[in-house]
Each structure stands twice: as C-alpha cells, then as structure tokens.
Design a protein around this ligand. Structure first.
Ligand code: ADP
Ligand code: AMP
Length: 217
C-alpha cells in the first residue's frame, strides 16, 4: 500500500506516520526528515536546503524532486509500499511524482490522508513540539509530554526544539501551504484518492480514524 499524508505544519503528520509505519510496515519517506539529516551531515544538498528551511520557505522543486527520485531509486524494500510524508507539496512535485509512477506502477499512490485542522490551532502545536535528537520520537509539552522533562521516554536521549518551530516561521509556512500545497490536495481530490481526517481531536481519536481510513480502502 502506498500512502500519502498531507496537512499543514503541525497537523500531526509525523505523529500518525510513526504509528502507520509500525502497524502497516511501510517505508516512511519524510522529505523534511531527509533534509534535516542532510543538514546534520553537512552535505551540499543540506547546505542548499537550509537557507530555505530556516525561513519557512519550500525548498525549490528541482532540488526536492531530484532528491526524492534518488531516494526512491535506492529504496530496497519496495514490496511493503511507502508512506510519503511532506511530499508532494507543490503541483510541480505532484506532476513529477506522477511521471515517475506512470513508469513504475508499483509506486502509484493508493490513498491520500488529508489531516484537517483549523490553522488557528497550529501555533500551539508548533511552539510546543519537542523531538528526540536520537530516535526522532515526537512530543508536545502539553498534549503529549515526555515523562521526564527534556528526556525521551523511548531512548533516554535529549529532546530539542526544531529551529523552524517559531511563530515567525509558522506564518511563512502557512502562507506556503495555502499558495503551493492546497492545489495539490485538489489534484488528488480529482483522482478520488483523498480520505478526510479530523486532525483536531486527541491523538488516539485521530489514530482510530486513520486506521479506519486505511483498512476500509
Ligand atoms: P506535522 O508532522 O504535521 O508537522 P507533528 O506530528 O510533528 O506534525 O505534530 C506537531 C505537534 O503537535 C507535536 O508536538 C505533536 O506531539 C502534537 N500533536 C500531534 N497530533 C496531535 C493531536 N491530535 N492533538 C494534540 N497534539 C498533537
Ligand atoms: P516538515 O518537516 O515537513 O515540516 O518540513 C520542514 C521544511 O523542509 C519545510 O518548511 C521546507 O522548507 C522543507 N521541505 C520539506 N518537504 C518539502 C517539499 N516536499 N518541498 C519543498 N520543501 C520541503
């Protein structure tokens, strides 16, 4: 099964992705995570992406599309399918991905999960997000806190706050979402692939709805 998860910054894509991967054994492809890993390793790609990410802007399509094509070419275990998280985010990316999957039908998207939430509620999610430096587990200081402040429950490593999780960057990211990503939702809606999820509920309730959407295909 090939899944695409979409939604504004802080809608809960990463939180649901971790659960989907554990339950459905699909490969998780998060372009945000890949860019952050590239920045961490000091690569040329990471350096190019960083200036855009720090401002909340989308990384240009030619850089992002090339990175995803390269990633998919080296995906060793394709038979389980994948979960695309944070890509495609522009119409150009959706069309580039369509071209790849027309040539390789095992890459075609089966379902799009649209994580729906009023944008006014996203500031609290974004500013309260904390992540594990080591294993990437996602926390929230109020909605989903770690047992010991600043320490990951799963692996005991330190938690950190993403550099772009500020109100200033959120404003830019929301504008990018409206301008560039909403048309992508319409693109998949026209293909009849979209399942709408109310992402403005407690995590367990969102997860129940996601599981239902993925098992009643
Ligand atoms: P995204 O990947 O869409 O940017 P995340 O999954 O990282 O979003 O979630 C953003 C923040 O909101 C995190 O701190 C996470 O713990 C928290 N969060 C995720 N889902 C919910 C929810 N249903 N209710 C409350 N907080 C949530
Ligand atoms: P995310 O982790 O999905 O919140 O993404 C963090 C940042 O990475 C975004 O604000 C963009 O700068 C960049 N990014 C992630 N995915 C994409 C994409 N598909 N296209 C362009 N930029 C992206």
């Amino acid at each position: 099964m090939n899944i695409l998860i979409m939604g504004g910054p802080g809608a809960g894509k990463g939180t649901m992705s971790a659960r989907i991967v554990a339950q459905f054994h699909v490969n998780h492809i998060s372009t945000g995570d890949i860019f952050r890993a590239e920045i961490g390793s000091g690569s040329e790609l990471g350096q190019k992406a960083k200036s855009y990410m720090d401002q909340g802007l989308l990384v240009p399509d030619e850089i992002t599309n090339a990175m995803v094509a390269e990633y998919l070419a080296h995906l060793s275990d394709r038979k389980c399918g994948f979960l695309l998280d944070g890509y495609p985010r522009t119409l150009d990316q959706a069309q580039a991905f369509d071209t790849i999957s027309a040539q390789q039908p095992d890459l075609a998207i089966d379902v799009v999960l649209a994580m729906e939430i009023p944008f006014a509620t996203l500031a609290e999610r974004i500013t309260g997000r904390r992540l594990c430096k080591q294993c990437g587990e996602i926390y929230h200081i109020k909605a989903n806190p770690s047992k010991q402040e600043g320490i990951c429950d799963v692996c005991g490593s330190e938690l950190y706050q993403r550099q772009d999780d500020t109100l200033e960057s959120l404003e830019v990211r929301l504008a990018e979402y409206h301008r560039q990503t909403e048309p992508v939702m319409a693109f998949y809606e026209a293909k009849g692939l979209v399942r709408h999820i109310n992402a403005n509920q407690p995590i367990e309730a969102v997860w129940d709805d996601v599981k239902k959407a993925l098992t009643n295909l």
